[in-house]
Write a protein that binds this ligand. Structure first.
Ligand code: G4P
Length: 192
């Protein structure tokens, strides 16, 4: 998939809300165009070719389909998704960390069972959106808690004006975004 195809789709179907939010419910966040999703998966997989990824880590819920598409393109490494709710089925040991959401003005705890992250794992972090980078940073903390390595962070849409990629690169991570948005003003979406 070319970056242009994704941009065109965002322009045609996306809806800028206020100054910070992009709604892409018709193909990514509510209804999913699975063929297009698989193209997205292949494009992200290409960015991390040669990284010897053993697992893909994301956070529920919208990250999951993207992570699965990347997995298919990478030869099916398992997808692990951090959970936001504390399910009573997670009785065994977990790694957990608090994640602040600037968009939602909330703090939530994300958790992953210890049995799904091993010290020898090479973890690719995948998400649909990169905003302030707090979710992705939280995921890197879970990986580090397990003593595993982060091979990189891949996202479909980065909102560069919210500073997430700068923060993550500063922390030493490879960050790859398929579409980079420079600004959203009064519904107008500008790309980098
Ligand atoms: P950050 O993790 O990068 O710091 O971002 P932030 O807290 O602001 O956003 C967290 C949630 O909002 C994530 O999903 C993220 O995917 C989503 N998000 C952020 N910006 C946008 C946007 O412009 N458009 C859309 N559609 N989503 C955005 P979530 O709400 O926690 O969970 P879920 O929707 O995946 O269940």
């Amino acid at each position: 998939m070319s970056m242009e195809a994704l941009k065109e789709r965002i322009v045609r179907e996306g809806q800028g809300i206020g100054r910070g939010v992009l709604k892409v419910d018709s193909f990514l966040n509510h209804q999913i165009d699975v063929a297009f999703l698989d193209e997205i998966g292949r494009a992200l997989a290409e960015r991390f070719a040669g990284c010897s990824v053993t697992k893909i880590l994301t956070v529920e819920s919208s990250g999951i389909p993207v992570a699965c598409a990347v997995s298919r393109a990478m030869g099916y490494p398992p997808v692990v998704f951090a959970k936001k709710a504390a399910p009573n089925t997670m009785v065994e040991g977990v790694y957990s960390t608090d994640v602040k959401s600037f968009t939602k003005e909330t703090v939530s705890t994300i958790r992953v069972s210890r049995k799904f992250l091993q010290p020898e794992d090479r973890i690719l972090i995948i998400d649909d959106f990169l905003a302030y980078g707090e979710s992705a940073l939280g995921l890197t903390r879970l990986v580090r808690s397990a003593g595993a390595d982060v091979t990189g962070i891949g996202v479909v849409i980065e909102k560069r004006f919210q500073g997430g990629s700068a923060k993550l690169k500063q922390a030493g991570f490879q960050v790859e975004s398929l579409a980079v948005i420079r600004s959203i003003t009064d519904g107008n979406i500008e790309f980098q």
